[in-house]
Design a binder for this molecule. Structure first.
Ligand SMILES: Nc1ncnc2c1ncn2[C@@H]1O[C@H](COP(=O)(O)OP(=O)(O)OP(=O)(O)O)[C@@H](O)[C@H]1O
Length: 664
């Protein structure tokens, strides 16, 4: 039984979709191990077509190729990959080395598809390169070699996976006579070692070097003659290498090598993508920074364990948002917001409450400094409660009987930016309009001594008297003395939320009587606005990521075109479609990862500089990049780069190996 048998092979190319152009018209050939067969024939006679069929690159033919008694006719695509990987070694006229890989790595590409260990692969590659006389050149790239040297690398690569058949398509076509002789001798050595060598040639001289000459004409074999005895096939089965599919790690490693070889070209894409991710990171970091700053500001003004209680004017259970909006609308009807002493008493019965302090709040008032013609108006006059954090009063003391604390901004309006502290000890006249028990308007007016200056900053001016003073003033003016809000203190910060819930759930005469506002609620509202604003900015910055994705798509498509030949070579060596696809997705994901690193370096660098520059203004870091942001940068980079590579990678995987090899 012959080792390799071609049975009645017919092959036609289809032109213009309908017209058939027959090239092989019934080829029957038998080959044995130890033969060095030269195939001769006129140009265009179908020699390369036949070699592609034997080599497993072309499966679209009639007839059968039988290997060691096994028909390959019904092999699946994966079986054909394995056939090329295990059985066939290719040598091409134009060498087809992979230019971005070193000589050693070119040979290792084939060995990556074997079960050898890393060290064994390297050793085998070095041994093969030594056999073909290239020991000194293993670190060079193909463009640093002569033609003869290139063909030796190609031979070492073809032998690497220890295939039984070596197919050479005009292996000496591009070489001078000296190199031709040397390469032919190497090939003869391969046949002598018991392998089957089939070489296409135009040269009679080359043809006579082999053990047998087959001549093709007009799609059939018209001559088949032995030159000399074939070499004996090895009697005992030599230990063969075990081949396997290219692993994911090996595919990504190859992608890494290509990325690094063309690093500076890829760097531009990395920079573009990196800047996009950086912009998103910066805005997110800014959002974090501003939220943290506002948190800190509000917490320094408001006691976190205090709950502000106001009247629930609807009597129904309300969500926090509904309640907040009902308060906003309450200025139209202040009487509805008043809390009677009997209602106040109910709040005192709640379980986790340590203190209940009624308070007043007026939305319009005027302050006049004695001897100063210009009065000022304010929008929030309150009574002092435990809700104010310690340290709210920046200069002076908290308000006592007939005393008032005013805001720094107001003091500055009266006395100017420099001398504003001199307001302490001076008397101001406070006046506003309130209602009496019959809901008729009443003008309330009283002189008070300024004892402290508070600083509400961005959160709004703080102006406050104490509760009993305000109650007395109201009484004196004939206005109602019912509280307009109540400050309830939780027994500890941990139960603040529970207290708020108890307040919200409290029913008087079957109606929900109160609504609670905690610092947490205020912070949530403010933070949600800040988050919204920064997320919108981050999303706008995110648009640039779409541009980055397009950039990656374009560059990957270009890369596929540039590497078409390499794709053909890899397929000939036995790589499958998926391995080819990974070459491109792997490279793109690497670009993405580098971009994320670049973005983080930029974000921490520029964010750090911005923090330094702005620290003087706010005494807080304005850009805070969290571990979550860092994770986000990597995830988004990987997702974008992977998705962007899908189409180009698909196209690369679908390329026809024969056409790819034929590409220039
Ligand atoms: N993909 C293709 N589509 C259509 N025709 C093709 C295709 N590939 C090859 N042919 C034609 O098939 C014929 C045989 O081509 P092939 O390359 O096998 O010849 P060859 O004997 O190797 O030629 P040469 O010695 O010049 O390399 C040629 O006429 C060629 O034009």
């Amino acid at each position: 039984m012959a080792y390799l048998e071609l049975k009645n092979i017919h092959k036609s190319y289809t032109l213009n979709k309908t017209e058939k152009f027959p090239v092989l018209k019934g080829i029957d050939l038998k080959f044995d191990k130890g033969e060095f067969v030269s195939i001769l024939g006129e140009s265009g006679g179908g020699k390369s077509t036949l070699m592609n069929i034997i080599g497993g690159l072309d499966h679209d033919y009639d007839g059968d190729v039988i290997l060691d008694g096994v028909s390959t006719r019904d092999f699946t695509e994966k079986q054909m990959d394995a056939y090329r990987r295990e059985t066939i070694g290719f040598i091409f006229q134009s060498f087809n080395l992979i230019s971005h890989l070193t000589v050693l790595d070119n040979v290792l590409v084939s060995l990556d598809m074997t079960t050898l260990t890393r060290a064994e692969k390297e050793q085998r590659a070095k041994d093969l390169l030594e056999q073909v006389g290239l020991k000194e050149h293993i670190k060079k790239h193909p463009n640093q070699l002569s033609g003869g040297q290139k063909q030796r690398v190609a031979i070492a690569r073809a032998l690497a996976s220890d295939p039984e058949i070596i197919i050479a398509d005009e292996p000496t076509g591009a070489l001078d006579s000296k190199n031709t002789d040397e390469i032919l001798e190497i090939m003869e050595g391969i046949a002598r070692s018991g392998k089957l060598v089939i070489a296409v040639t135009h040269s009679e001289e080359v043809a006579h070097f082999g053990t047998r000459i087959v001549h093709m004409s007009d799609g059939v074999i018209d001559h088949d003659q032995a030159n000399r005895e074939k070499y004996p096939a090895p009697t005992e089965k030599s230990k063969r290498l075990v081949s396997k599919k290219l692993g994911v790690a090996a595919a990504y490693k190859n992608a890494y090598k290509h990325t690094m070889y063309y690093f500076w070209r890829n760097f531009l894409i990395m920079l573009g993508t990196g800047i996009g991710i950086f912009a998103v990171l910066l805005f997110s970091g800014l959002g974090n920074g501003i939220s943290a700053f506002i948190n800190q500001q509000i917490n320094s003004l408001v006691n976190p364990s205090s709950v502000t209680v106001m009247k629930n004017t609807s009597g129904k259970q309300m969500s926090q948002a509904e309640f907040t909006s009902s308060i906003r609308q309450s200025s139209a009807n202040p009487a509805a917001m008043l809390i009677k002493p009997s209602e106040l008493a109910k709040l005192k019965t709640l379980k986790n409450v340590s203190a209940v302090q009624p308070g007043y709040q007026f939305s319009q008032y005027t302050l006049t400094l004695t001897g100063n013609a210009q009065p000022i108006t304010g929008s929030s006059l309150q009574t002092w409660t435990k809700a104010y954090a310690n340290g709210t009063v920046k200069s002076g003391t908290k308000p006592g009987k007939n005393e008032i604390v005013i805001d720094k901004s107001q003091a500055q309006s009266f006395l100017g930016a420099k001398k504003y502290k001199q307001i302490i000890g001076k008397t101001v006249s406070l006046s506003f309009t309130w209602i009496d028990s019959k809901q008729q308007p009443v003008v309330v007016k009283h002189d008070l001594k300024v004892v402290g200056i508070a600083d509400g900053g961005q959160a709004g001016a703080i102006t406050a008297t104490n509760y009993s003073t305000m109650k007395a003033i109201l009484k004196e003016a004939g206005a109602t003395t019912d509280a307009s809000f109540v400050s309830v203190n939780a027994k500890s910060i941990n139960v603040t939320k529970t207290v708020a819930k108890e307040v919200n759930d409290l029913k008087i005469n079957g109606k929900y009587a109160f609504g609670a506002i905690t610092v947490g609620d205020i912070l949530n509202t403010v933070s949600s606005y800040v988050k919204l604003a920064t997320n919108v900015l981050a999303a706008i910055a995110g648009i640039s990521l779409v541009v980055s994705a397009l950039m990656i798509i374009v560059s990957m498509y270009m890369s596929v075109s540039e590497r078409t030949k390499e794709i053909g070579v890899l397929r000939a060596l036995g790589e499958g479609k998926r391995d080819i696809s990974r070459l491109f997705t792997g490279e793109s994901v690497l670009i993405g990862l580098f971009s994320a690193v670049l973005a983080l370096v930029l974000a921490f660098g520029i964010g750090g500089l911005a923090n330094k520059a702005l620290y003087g203004l706010a005494k807080a870091n304005m850009v805070i990049i969290t571990p979550g942001n860092v994770g986000f940068a990597f995830v988004i980079a990987i997702v974008i780069s992977f998705l962007a590579a899908l189409l180009p990678a698909r196209r690369a995987a679908k390329l026809d190996p024969i056409e790819s090899l034929a590409s220039e």
